[in-house]
Design a protein around this ligand. Structure first.
Ligand code: BTN
Length: 267
């Protein structure tokens, strides 16, 4: 297992210029929260292995040693806190672009999954830390299944998740991919940080959406509804139409979108 070293590929000016590296950690998001106050914006915490990797909606995130990219970025945007949740879309667009730079095509499953061959290869967990006087920090945690093998996925995950190695049938350079994500993230993040401008990330999420035009199940608050996905609007909300004809704009917060039978069966 080669240690992470991205000096040859990193072009970003502040994202990834300071990196805290761990062989093993509970969760890079937890650690990033601990250091956020003192850390410069763009500081990254990365680990070879997470023993308590966190997924969205309280789920676990499988993070075997040396096989993935498990990292979190500390961000200190100046925009209103309601806007900051959109940073997930910047992360998704950055991962999509980084994979493209590596010659790998992927899709975005709003708001936080990257999908190849109908299976998840990357998940994003955005968390906020609130400070006094309404100020806050953002931690964006990105998990990419890079070189995981079949046996790294449990029975449940096998149907929903895959790795870049499994789809490409060869190992992928983690250093290059990691740097490409950070480089692309910075390019998309600067206009947002400065002016709240997230147009490019939304454009990419829309163009590469695996959901638009599909019939999906929307799960949230102990309820499940069926709807057709119409669009992603300029605010980054998912526009859906229910069977009774009503439309709704969904905010990424607490909903989970599924294919009609499985994770993304009908793609
Ligand atoms: C999801 O799809 O449910 C989100 C998964 C996010 C996983 C990453 S791995 C790095 C960072 N640290 C964590 O504990 N979680 C995120």
């Amino acid at each position: 297992m080669k240690k992470i070293d991205i000096r040859d590929y990193l072009t970003a000016n502040f994202i990834g210029r300071s990196i805290e590296y761990h062989e093993t950690i509970t969760s890079t998001n937890i650690r990033a929260k601990e250091i956020a106050r003192e850390a410069d914006e763009g500081t990254v915490v990365i680990a070879e292995e997470q023993t308590m990797g966190k997924g969205r909606l309280g789920r676990n995130w499988t993070s075997p040693k040396g096989k993935g990219l498990w990292f979190s970025i500390v961000l200190k945007p100046k925009v209103k806190v309601e806007e900051a949740t959109k940073i997930t879309l910047i992360g998704a667009a950055a991962v999509y672009k980084a994979l493209k730079d590596m010659g790998i095509e992927s899709y975005i499953k709003w708001p936080n999954d990257i999908v190849i061959d109908g299976k998840k290869v990357c998940g994003i967990l955005t968390e906020m830390i609130f400070r006094d006087k309404g100020s806050y920090f953002v931690i964006i945690g990105i998990g990419i299944n890079v070189n995981l093998d079949e046996e790294d996925f449990n029975e449940d995950l096998k149907n929903k998740a895959t790795s870049l190695k499994l789809v490409r049938r060869s190992e992928v350079d983690r250093n290059k991919l990691f740097a490409y994500v950070l480089n692309n993230f910075e390019i998309l993040y600067i206009p947002f940080k400065e002016k709240g401008d997230i147009r490019e990330a939304i454009e990419i999420s829309r163009e590469r959406s695996i959901l638009i035009g599909k019939e999906v199940r929307i799960i949230g608050g102990n309820r499940e509804k069926t709807a057709r996905v119409l669009d992603i609007d300029n605010e980054g909300q998912l526009i859906v139409k229910y069977r009774d004809g009503k439309t709704e704009a969904l905010f990424s917060g607490e909903v989970s979108i599924r294919g009609m039978e499985g994770y993304m069966d009908n793609c």
